[in-house]
Design a protein around this ligand. Sequence first.
Ligand code: ZN
Length: 422
Amino acid sequence: MSRVLVLNAKALLGTWPLGTTRVNGARMPQLPQLENAWLFAENGRITAIGQHATEAPPEPTPETRIVHAEGRFVLPGFCDSHTHTVFAATREGEWEDRLRGLTYQQIAARGGGIMSSAHALRAASEEDLFQQALTRIQELMRMGTVALEIKTGYGLNTEAELKMLRVIHRLRRTLPLEIKATLLAAHAVPTEYKEDRAAYMRMILHELLPRAVEEGLADFLDVFCETGYFTVKDMEDLLSAAARYGLKGKVHVNQFTSLGGVASAVRHHALSVDHLEIMTEQDLRALRGTDTIPTLLPGCSFFLGIPYAPARRLLEADHAVALASDFNPGSAPSGNMVHTMALACTQMKMLPTEALTAATQNGAAAMDLGKQLGSLTVGKHASFIITRPLPSPAAIPYFFGSDVIDTVFIHGDIVRSGSAIA
Ligand SMILES: [Zn+2]
């Protein structure tokens, strides 16, 4: 039986009460914490937490792993609910073209962008894709990510999309972190269907989606609802079809333009609406009072130089805002969630406490993992981060660019060992 006992933590952060699966905007600034505290985990689950002043921790047995957390914070591991971590090639060349003045849309029109990723991915073997993604995710785990959603969308034909899903499943079987797979065949219209988007839609609806479901490979369905990509009607058709197979939607909407996709996604009970850089009053109204999680991706705004999503408006409307990295080779080549939090604070005026909950509990909720992950709560997975000694929780995003993480546990096992491990 594996046992972990964390002693003398400066504080446990995110000790949300039993039964918490998401945290709404109004409660997000009040991050619950337990000062001068201990945490005990058995068999991959948190079994007890307490404060040294009021309650002694359990007696360690010889096999209990002791962690000395003096001066350090313990926080739930990051739950990154929107990534494109499986890809065949990086795109620095396009990035340099953008630095020289071309826009993301101009690059896409020249056959770059998502289509260039698709050409590389179709040519890559399943083994090569797996090995590349494995290396990337091992780095993400060291940066504190304990749950990860990964999308397809660089295959753009049945065989290559299924190949991506199989790679995601092999990653799930191989790695200790939680992985969710999202079918994003409607990421771009591939060149061979350029003149006939409807035929590509039929292929997804009648061939790819049924096969992905039949083989048990997809957890969610996604669509890039955007000018020049897929229409609101396309998204509705895809979300309706997915619902018939029991798959929830997590959609890319309002990144460059507002087409009414938010209202439509909400009507189709999407689990999350992601991006939201361009939000009209109508879009904000459509979201109000719904359970759909607005997922913000400030790393993408940073890297593309596009506007940031209106985080304050969403928080003030009491939404359970989530933060994700959008890790992908074109618009956000980083899965660093501490950096994502720093951008959320500096660029979107989220408070450090709000950013922390958005990157943990609400990210978990945006993957339907809110019951298992996202807080330091008895019964949840022992998937947590121990920081290096820090003056306050706000210092986590404050020291942007610094490596504030010391040790990472997933399911009670060490995936990164720092100086807190004696
Ligand atoms: Zn994305």
